[in-house]
Ligand binder design. Structure first.
Ligand code: SF4
Length: 289
């Protein structure tokens, strides 16, 4: 299996076969993100992708999950994705799911029928980084997508049959904007109603533009206690009416939370209050990306 540069995947794809179909991220401008800064976005040749899949078929007896890398593989057109999905379906009959990172705009550029076609060909989930529901925060971090585009993109993915797993980042607005970030993120989750929400906590790599804002004092990072206060406010403002699996159990989080919204909302809020009153947070030295 051949890879170009560092490879990233969601935690839930730890046991998946990772196949690079694109290299880098089409946007690559978010101020907090260091993942693909060393890569110029390009699409891999179909022959190379199929050769890698054939290699995997020869070497692995059972492949139940495949994750298409890199940053937003859904940027590929349907014409380019379909031969890959068809090859997987024909050669990996045991494969239960194929997933990929996506930007909301990748979904918005496709028609409803195209997304449905991809879903029916086996692409069952897209991981979308919303990061924040606040328009101001999205502008500040150079997300390159508006609040409405993120909501519409996620809704469109879910309407196709695919599941959307949407990421938000605690602490992303620093001390100046935490309340708006929390309230608007909660409202955004309620409005987009994704199947999954993953809440990470900000860890700033020294190489990213946001690190300069922290160094200059333009942005002040939240303490563990403040992050928990922000999460509490976000959950308070999250009111979904259909099941949403909520996970905040990433290595970057100060407190591990798991539950299904709306049923477990009160329990998770109580867990946060309890951790705050006992100061029971993960030590800074154990946090990682
Ligand atoms: S956060 Fe996502 S969209 Fe933004 S630069 Fe990183 S990979 Fe690209």
């Amino acid at each position: 299996m051949r890879y170009e540069g560092n490879i990233f995947r969601p935690p839930s794809e730890a046991y998946s076969l990772l196949v690079q179909v694109t290299v880098g991220c089409t946007h690559n401008k978010c101020t907090f993100c260091s993942m693909y800064k060393d890569k110029q976005f390009h699409i891999r040749k179909l022959d190379d992708i199929l050769e890698d899949l054939a290699w995997a078929r020869r070497h692995y007896a059972r492949v139940e999950r495949i994750f298409l890398c890199d940053g937003d593989a859904l940027a590929l057109s349907v014409n380019k994705l379909m031969p890959i999905l068809n090859y997987i379906r024909e050669n990996f009959p045991e494969c239960e799911r194929v997933t990929a990172y996506a930007r909301a705009e990748d979904a918005l550029r496709k028609t409803d029928e195209e997304l449905k076609q991809l879903y029916e060909a086996g692409l069952t989930m897209a991981y979308v980084g919303a990061e924040s529901g606040s328009e101001k925060v999205l502008e500040d971090i150079h997300k390159g997508e508006t609040r409405q585009q993120l909501i519409d993109g996620v809704k469109k993915i879910e309407a196709s049959g695919m599941k959307a797993s949407v990421t938000f980042i605690s602490g992303l607005a620093g001390k100046a904007g935490w309340e708006e970030h929390a309230i608007e993120s909660g409202k955004m989750i309620s409005e987009m109603s994704p199947s999954y929400v993953a809440l990470l906590t900000l860890i700033v790599d020294p190489s990213v533009p946001m690190a300069k804002d922290i160094e200059s004092g333009k942005m002040e990072l939240l303490s563990a206690e403040e992050v928990m206060k922000e999460t509490l406010l976000m959950l308070e403002n999250t009111n979904v009416t259909r099941k949403c699996v909520f996970r905040s159990n990433h290595a970057s989080n100060y407190l591990s939370l798991k539950g299904n919204l709306p049923d477990d909302k009160e329990r998770m809020m109580e867990q946060i209050r309890e951790a705050m009153s006992n100061h029971m947070f993960k030590d800074e030295m154990f946090r990682a990306l």
